[in-house]
Design a protein around this ligand. Structure first.
Ligand SMILES: *Cc1c(COP(=O)(O)O)cnc(C)c1O
Length: 425
């Protein structure tokens, strides 16, 4: 497994710096007030200009600057630079949540009559959003994205975009990312990759030719479970001149940036789902330790997966790092680590509620990407609304438990699992 962690600095010259080094010193690449090491929290809604001409130039995109807080803010802008650097893209726009980033992207770039191809193992809330898109006249087909053949079969003359996630939650299927990217490039389809589960530390979707990259910053980038946020990054790969849904007023500047310009201008305006300066600050601080936290949680998840695999009360382990996972080799080729989300199916003799209630250290909670290890009975909570049929088609059994592995000492976690399994079977 190898991953190229050398990053291109924002000033454009090639800096052979590692992932963490470049993020830590990202703010300093632009002058910061008073020599502050962090970009300060600017929570002013409005910004003053010396002349009316200057303000007009900012509105018309001829001059960089901020006009009104909904459309951007210096603290949020510093975070956007950091995300762009992590994803090695050409620009990013942040939103109040990951769902806001996805909603704004889809509402901005799709129109009634268009067709979208996505995954049948999609994150539940994104699945819900795409069903809303159907009500608005966008046709959506959900397919098994572990095989590009299903994407090709679903394609129609109306297809505009393909939206996938890297690793599915909770069953951890790994998308056929490279083949789908090659197909989208050949067919000039917009390829959108949600990188939340892998984060730019494990995987950069521009390597499989993604045009737009989504991250829920709420999860691993923030990392501390204390702030919501989302982002969309333009990789610079997609040729927007081939894309019919760009309004004339956004066909200005670099053609590889038109999509993001439209998302910034229309997406932020229409949804109003702006990230606050305070949230951007918390996310920026969190991002500094992304690599440290991810290395540790991925190693722990691997150890916990091995522990569960050898336990007689555990029927099945879902984790791309285990050798008999159907997509293990693909994950090994694409990602620097296998992620820190894993699920298990308990044996019939163990009641999943008794097991969860017996945990002393691991927290019963629905988030993921927190520093603390969290567990949830998926069929009874986040996938409850979907109904038993859809759950069965997604491979989600009633006894399935999902874990988001945190940064605790792994021996303490395994001790907790051991006593809970012992006391509930
Ligand atoms: C959580 C999540 C989202 C949504 O992010 P929020 O910040 O919770 O709105 C989108 N995609 C994936 C894969 C997620 O896990």
């Amino acid at each position: 497994m190898s991953v190229n962690l050398s990053l291109i600095s924002l000033s454009g010259d090639k800096a052979q710096q590692g992932f963490t080094t470049s993020i830590l010193h990202c703010d300093r690449q632009k002058p910061i007030e008073h020599g502050s090491l962090h970009k300060p929290i600017h929570d002013s809604v409005a910004f003053e200009y010396n002349t009316a001409e200057d303000l007009a130039a900012v509105f018309q995109g001829r001059q960089r600057g901020f006009a009104y807080g909904r459309q951007g803010n210096p603290t949020v802008s510093a975070l956007e630079d950091k995300i762009t650097l992590m994803e090695q893209g050409v620009g990013s726009v942040c939103f109040a949540t990951g769902m806001a980033a996805i909603s704004a992207t889809m509402f901005t770039l799709l129109r009634a009559g268009d067709h979208l191809i996505s995954s049948s193992f999609l994150f539940g809330n994104t699945d819900s959003l795409f069903k809303t898109l159907r009500q608005l006249g966008v046709d959506v087909t959900f397919v098994d994205v572990t095989d590009v053949g299903n994407v090709i079969a679903a394609r129609t003359e109306k297809t505009k975009a393909v939206f996938v996630e890297t690793i599915a939650n909770p069953c951890t299927q790994v998308t056929d990312l490279k083949s789908i990217g090659d197909y989208c490039e050949r067919e000039e389809l917009l390829y959108i990759v949600d990188n939340t589960l892998t984060t730019p530390f494990l995987f950069q979707p521009n390597r499989v030719k993604a045009g737009l990259i989504i991250n829920s910053l709420t999860k691993y980038v923030g990392g501390h479970g204390n702030v919501l946020g989302g982002s969309v990054t333009e990789s610079g790969i997609f040729d927007w001149s081939t894309y019919p849904n760009i309004y004339d007023q956004y066909k200005s500047g670099d053609v590889n940036n038109w999509g993001l310009l439209q998302i910034r201008k229309k997406g932020l305006r229409d949804t109003g789902a702006t990230l606050s300066a305070n949230s951007a600050h918390l996310l920026s601080v969190g991002a500094e330790t992304l690599a440290l936290r991810m290395s540790r949680t991925c190693d722990s998840a691997q150890a916990i997966a091995s522990y569960f695999e050898s336990h007689r009360s555990v029927k099945k382990v879902f984790y791309p790092g285990v050798r008999n996972h159907p997509d293990h080799n693909r994950a090994k080729q694409l990602f620097s680590h296998f992620g820190s989300l894993l699920s298990i199916e308990l044996g019939d003799e163990v009641d999943c509620f008794s097991f969860l209630n017996a945990l002393k250290l691991v927290v019963i909670s629905s988030n993921l990407g927190d520093n603390r290890t969290l567990a949830i009975p998926v069929a009874h909570t986040i996938y409850y609304e979907m109904g038993p049929e859809r759950r069965a088609s997604m491979g989600i059994s009633d006894g399935m438990i999902r874990f988001s592995v945190g940064i605790e000492d792994v021996d303490d976690l395994i001790t907790d699992f051991e006593q809970a399994l012992h006391n509930s079977s």
